[in-house]
Ligand binder design. Structure first.
Ligand code: HEC
Ligand code: HEC
Length: 473
């Protein structure tokens, strides 16, 4: 892969003639200025009363905290958190992980509500070792099932989500007694990996890019000298390109919403109709115990389309409303001046393409016509992703396969909204952009050469321009 560097040299050297400043490059940090519209609906949605009503009902559902029984029933018996918004909240509903979602003393109502569901009201949960004050929201997966001696069995791939908490011990959980997964045992045998939330700003645009556009983009990148050759993950049901999640394992926002309602909160719905046991309980056990079923007392599925609703948004199921909210969320607007000023950001954008970052992080793709709302149609999605999965090498590999994506393959992370994110990479291991970029360099990773160019051929001031550009997004 070495010769590639020389191919790039002229471009990089030309750019290095620009005036240099005397400081070491640093991540400017989470951008706090205004001028971004993260969390806002598309303009075309605000101009249509019916669509806006859907968006607002969706936002309300997305932010609502669920309980086992009562007004918003169905939580559990296993769950990770009690609302979409508790995990997707930075810097606005729909975003990514806040700095601390479930610790006491971190403030106002949403958090206390989560705590109430997790560790008070008699709940018997202990907080897993990896859920840290000021750490990201983390979900856990065990790459392999354990054998009878308690060791991970490499011939028995698992990789499903191990829900952190149970409703056991709470008055409204009755006699349902469940144990949390053995996170400490998984840690001791090195059989645990983590995932943090991905943002859903602009998700409707991503859902509305035709496969032909993605394939043409891939074709245009194909002849690079940098060792980059991504593929697509495909949906098992209809064979088309899937696009959501860290491994592009999920086809649509509706399916993701149904899956998340069941996996994250334990709420069965019209897409995923049973309460969900842990992967091991379903594969090798006897499923959920009878006294853990139908805790809400409503029958299944717990979330349904309401034939007695009086308006479109009250007929629609919660899953349908989550979908509407996510479809209608606009992409974030980048800043042209902050951080570092317009010249630095513009130079960073040029360098980002010149050294090959943009071969995976495609700056923009155009959507197909939309029947949902005009703002989603023939629009430019500035997502900075090709939606392809790439081999990222041993350093980032998590040994979990999802659909066609293997253990070290990940979807090029869309970078829109990056300026206001706190945690980076699939497991949230970095909160500094340099750390995230550095992790691209790994044996067997397609981004290794590009990362080496960033590291070794750019001056500190050029690196700073790229960091400023990234934080302007
Ligand atoms: C416990 C935290 C948590 C909760 C609660 C949660 N999510 Fe997520 N969400 C995640 C994580 C983690 C991912 C990344 C999953 C992966 O690919 O491994 C994610 C990814 C997503 C994505 C994929 C976006 C993309 O472009 O990749 C969508 C859509 C989504 N969540 C919707 C929802 C909805 C709707 C709800 C509520 C029903 C919800 N989530 C509740 C943690 C959460
Ligand atoms: C071979 C394709 C590829 C190239 C080239 C590439 N990236 Fe990435 N990038 C990815 C993938 C895949 C991820 C997600 C990896 C993970 O989470 O494990 C990612 C993640 C990131 C993230 C973290 C985003 C998040 O949501 O957490 C940043 C920042 C980033 N890349 C910047 C860059 C920069 C800057 C360059 C050029 C120096 C670059 N990337 C080159 C594929 C690539």
């Amino acid at each position: 892969m070495k010769p590639a560097k020389f191919v790039l040299l002229p471009a990089v050297l030309a750019l290095s003639l620009l005036p240099e400043m005397v400081f070491a490059q640093t991540d400017p940090g989470v951008r706090s200025d205004t001028g971004v519209n993260a969390g806002q609906p598309l303009a075309s949605v605000t101009h249509n009363a019916n669509d806006l009503a859907f968006f607002q009902s969706g936002l309300a559902q997305f932010s609502e905290h669920q309980t086992v029984t009562g007004d918003n029933p169905g939580l559990g018996p296993r769950f990770n958190m009690d609302s979409c918004g508790a995990c997707h909240s930075q810097p606005a509903p729909g975003g990514t992980s806040p700095a601390s979602a479930i610790f006491p003393n971190v403030g106002p109502n949403p958090q206390s509500q989560v705590i109430a569901n997790v560790i008070v009201n008699g709940a018997t949960n202990t907080i897993p070792y990896f859920v840290l004050a000021n750490g990201p929201v983390r979900e856990a997966r065990f790459p392999f099932f354990f054998d009878q001696f308690g060791f991970p069995n490499p011939n028995a791939p698992n990789g499903g989500v191990e829900d952190l908490f149970t409703v056991s011990g709470r008055a409204d959980a009755g006699a349902c007694s469940l144990r949390q997964p053995s996170f400490n045992a998984a840690r001791a045998t090195n059989n645990i990996i983590f995932r943090i939330p991905t943002p859903v700003f602009g998700a409707g645009l991503m859902a509305n890019i035709d496969d032909s556009t993605l394939l043409a983009n891939r074709g245009a990148q194909a002849n690079n000298n940098l060792g980059i050759s991504g593929t697509f993950n495909h949906n098992g049901n209809d064979g088309t390109i899937s696009r959501f999640g860290w491994k592009a394992q999920n086809k649509s926002l509706m399916i993701f919403a149904g899956e998340a309602y069941n996996v994250e909160m334990g709420i069965s719905n019209e897409l995923f109709t049973q309460d969900r046991p842990l992967p091991g309980e379903d594969q090798f056990g006897s499923g959920l115990l009878a006294n853990c079923l139908n805790l809400a007392g409503t029958g299944y599925p717990e979330d349904i389309t309401h034939s007695d609703g009086t308006s479109a948004s009250t007929v629609t199921s919660d899953v349908g409303l989550f979908n509407a909210f996510m479809q209608f969320l606009d992409q974030p607007t980048p800043s042209t001046t902050s951080p570092g000023g317009a010249a630095s950001i513009a130079n960073g954008r040029r360098l980002f393409s010149a050294i090959g970052c943009a071969l995976c992080h495609t700056p923009s793709l155009t959507t197909q016509p939309s029947k949902l709302t005009s703002g989603l149609g023939n629009a430019i999605a500035n997502l900075f992703s090709d939606i392809e999965i790439h081999h990222m090498g041993a350093r980032l590999a998590d040994n979990v396969s999802q659909g066609g994506a293997g253990g070290d393959q990940f979807r090029t992370a869309p970078l829109w909204g990056l300026g206001q994110r706190i945690f980076f990479l699939h497991d949230g291991r970095c909160s500094d952009l340099l750390c995230a970029i550095e992790a691209h360099e790994s044996n067997g990773g397609e981004a290794t050469t590009v990362e080496a160019v960033f590291d070794q051929l750019l001056t500190p001031s050029q690196q700073q321009d790229i960091l400023n550009f990234l934080r302007s997004l």
